[in-house]
Design a protein around this ligand. Structure first.
Ligand SMILES: Cc1cc2nc3c(=O)[nH]c(=O)nc-3n(C[C@H](O)[C@H](O)[C@H](O)COP(=O)(O)OP(=O)(O)OC[C@H]3O[C@@H](n4cnc5c(N)ncnc54)[C@H](O)[C@@H]3O)c2cc1C
Ligand SMILES: NC(=O)c1ccc[n+]([C@@H]2O[C@H](COP(=O)([O-])OP(=O)(O)OC[C@H]3O[C@@H](n4cnc5c(N)ncnc54)[C@H](O)[C@@H]3O)[C@@H](O)[C@H]2O)c1
Length: 455
C-alpha cells in the first residue's frame, strides 16, 4: 500500500489546496470526475455562459422597446452548447495535465471510499488501489437529489449534471423544484424557446429569499413559465420524449424532457467517511470546526461536502484555509461564514447578503428598511426597468447593515459595495454620503436605498 504525505479527495475546489508550498511533499489527488469539479464542468460557469446566450436572445426579442427593430430568427443550440463546453472541457483537461506534470503529485482516477482509519480504497479502471496518509482533505462535493417518484419511474430524466450537454433542445420541459438551479436553467431554456413548466412544493419560487424578492421573482416568473406551486410530483408515465408527469392534485403535465432540481446532497455516504472517524450531520454533511478540521486527526474537509452554504466562493475560501492550515499547523486560520453573498443569474437577476426582513422580524431585531426602485434612478430609465429594486436593512442605532437584497439587471455586481459595508461593519449612511457614486450609473440604486434608511 502506498503512503502519501497528503491525499486530496476531489479535484474541484480541493485541487486549489495544493500550491507551491506543498512541492516538497508527496501529494495525491483522487478524482472520479473531470478536473474543476461541479463549478467548471456542470455548475456555475457553464450555467452562466448559457444564461449569457439566453440574455442575448432576450435582448433581440426586447429590442423593439428601444425603437430598434430586430427579429430572433433562431437559436443554434449545438453552437450555444459547444461555445461553452469547447472552452470548459479544454480548461478541465489542462488543469488535469498541469497536475500530472508535477513531479510530486500522483493523480488517481477513480471513486474512493474509506476502508479504515486514514486508509482509502480507490476503484480505478485497473482495479482497487489502497493508499494511506497522515493527512487527508475531503473535498468530494455533492450530487443532485432525485425524488423517489422520478427515480422509480424508470423513465429518463435530466439533472443539472446532464441538461446543459443535450444534443437537441426539447420543445417542452417540466422542471421539478423551484430553487437556484431550477430558476436559472428555466430562465435559460425558456429564452431558447422551450416551453417550461415548474413544479415546486412550496408556495413560491426561491422561497429562502427576502419576501419582497420572492414576490417579485415569482410574479415575473408567472409571465414566462407555467407554474405549479405547492405541488409535488407523484409519478412519471409515458415514454422517453413523451412523458406525463403526474402531480399530487391528480393533474398531468406533458413534456418531452424532465429536469430534476430539488436540491443537492453531500457525497459523504459514498465516501464512507465514518470508517475513518469523521462525523457527519443528519443531512450527511461532514462536521468541521472553524479551522475546517474534522473529528479525525489530520483530516480536513471543505466545500459542498461540509458547508451549510454550498457556493463556490465559500468552497474557494475554505480551500485557502485548509491549504494554510495544512502548511502551518501551529498558526491555524479560521474560515468566516458571517457575511456570504449569493447571486442568482435569472431574469431578473437576484443578489443577497445577510438577513432577510422576515429573519429580522423572527429574531426580533430592531431594524430599518431602505428601498429604491430601479425605475427611480436614471439608469433604470435607460433600461426601461419596471420591477427591480435595492432593499437594505440596517440596525437603527449603529447604521450597520443587517442584510441587503437586489432584484434587477446587474444585481450580482451591484451587491458588492453592500457586502463590503457589511463585512467591514460600516455605517450605511456614511457609505452613501462619504464616497462619490458615479452619475448616472446603476449604482445609484444602491446609494439611494442606503440614503432611504435615514428618511
Ligand atoms: C447548476 C449549478 C450552478 C451553480 N452555480 C453557482 C454559482 O453561480 N455560484 C456559486 O457560488 N455556486 C454555484 N453552484 C455551486 C458550486 O458549483 C459548488 O458550491 C462548488 O462547485 C462546490 O465545490 P466542491 O469542490 O465542494 O465540490 P465539487 O466541485 O463538486 O468537487 C467534488 C469533486 O469530488 C469528486 N468526487 C466525489 N466523490 C468522490 C469519490 N468518492 N472519490 C473520488 N472523487 C470524488 C467529484 O468528481 C468532483 O469533481 C452551482 C452548482 C450547480 C450544480
Ligand atoms: N447562482 C448560484 O449561486 C447557484 C446556482 C445554482 C445552484 N447553486 C447551489 O446549488 C444548490 C442546489 O440548488 P437546487 O436548486 O438544486 O436546490 P435549492 O435548495 O436551491 O432548491 C430546491 C427546491 O426544490 C424544492 N423541492 C424539494 N423537493 C421537491 C419535490 N419533491 N417536488 C417539488 N419541489 C421540491 C424545494 O422546496 C426548493 O425550493 C443551491 O442551494 C446553491 O447553493 C447556486
Amino acid at each position: 500500500m502506498r503512503t502519501h504525505d497528503v491525499v486530496v479527495i476531489g479535484a474541484g475546489s480541493g485541487n486549489a489546496v495544493i500550491d507551491e508550498g506543498f512541492s516538497s511533499l508527496d501529494v495525491a489527488i483522487v478524482a472520479d470526475g473531470p478536473f474543476g469539479g461541479t463549478c467548471l464542468n456542470r455548475g456555475c460557469i457553464p450555467s452562466k455562459m448559457l444564461i449569457r446566450a439566453a440574455e442575448v436572445a432576450d435582448t433581440v426579442r426586447d429590442a423593439g422597446r428601444y425603437g430598434v427593430d430586430a427579429r430572433l430568427s433562431g437559436v443554434r443550440w449545438r453552437d450555444v452548447r459547444d461555445r461553452i463546453f469547447g472552452r470548459l472541457d479544454e480548461q478541465s483537461a489542462q488543469g488535469r495535465q498541469g497536475r500530472e506534470d508535477e513531479q510530486n503529485i500522483t493523480v488517481y482516477d477513480g471513486t474512493a471510499r474509506f476502508v479504515g482509519s486514514h486508509r482509502l480504497r480507490i476503484e480505478t479502471a485497473d482495479g482497487p488501489v489502497d493508499v494511506t496518509a497522515e493527512r487527508f482533505v475531503i473535498a468530494a462535493g455533492g450530487r443532485p437529489v432525485v425524488p423517489p417518484p422520478v427515480a422509480e419511474s424508470g423513465l429518463p430524466y435530466e439533472t443539472s449534471d446532464t441538461v446543459m450537454r443535450l444534443d437537441e433542445l426539447p420543445r417542452t420541459m417540466v422542471v421539478v423544484g423551484g430553487g437556484y438551479i431550477a430558476a436559472e436553467l428555466a430562465t435559460a431554456f425558456s429564452a431558447f424557446g422551450v416551453d417550461v413548466s415548474i413544479v415546486e412544493q412550496t408556495s413560491a419560487l426561491l422561497a429562502g429569499q427576502d419576501e419582497d424578492v420572492v414576490e417579485t421573482f415569482t410574479s415575473e416568473a408567472r409571465k414566462r413559465f407555467d407554474l405549479h406551486l405547492g405541488r409535488e410530483v407523484v409519478g412519471v408515465e409515458g415514454q422517453p420524449g413523451a412523458l406525463q408527469v403526474k402531480l399530487d392534485d391528480g393533474s398531468m403535465l406533458a413534456a418531452e424532457l424532465l429536469l430534476v432540481a430539488v436540491g443537492r446532497q453531500p457525497n459523504s455516504d459514498r465516501l464512507a467517511v465514518d470508517k475513518t472517524g469523521v462525523e457527519t450531520t443528519e443531512d450527511g454533511r461532514v462536521v468541521v470546526d472553524e479551522y475546517q478540521r474534522t473529528a479525525a486527526d489530520g483530516i480536513f474537509a471543505l466545500g459542498d461536502i461540509c458547508t451549510p452554504v454550498p457556493l463556490k466562493h465559500v468552497a474557494n475560501r475554505e480551500a485557502e484555509v485548509v491549504s494554510h492550515n495544512l502548511k502551518h499547523p501551529d498558526d491555524l486560520i479560521r474560515a468566516a461564514h458571517d457575511v456570504v453573498p449569493s447571486a442568482i443569474f435569472t431574469r431578473p437577476q437576484i443578489a443577497a447578503v445577510g438577513l432577510t426582513e422576515q429573519e429580522c422580524r423572527d429574531r426580533k431585531l430592531a431594524h430599518r428598511i431602505g428601498k429604491t426602485a430601479y425605475a427611480d434612478v436614471a439608469y433604470g430609465w435607460a433600461l426601461e426597468d419596471e420591477t427591480g429594486f435595492c432593499k437594505v436593512i440596517a440596525e437603527p442605532d449603529t447604521g450597520k447593515l443587517l442584510g441587503a437584497h437586489i432584484v434587477g439587471p446587474q444585481a450580482a455586481t451591484l451587491i458588492q459595495p453592500l457586502v463590503l459595508a457589511m463585512t467591514l461593519g460600516l455605517d450605511a449612511t456614511a457609505v452613501a454620503n462619504t464616497p462619490y457614486w458615479p452619475h448616472p450609473a446603476l449604482t445609484e440604486v444602491v446609494e439611494n436605498a442606503l440614503l432611504d434608511l435615514a428618511d
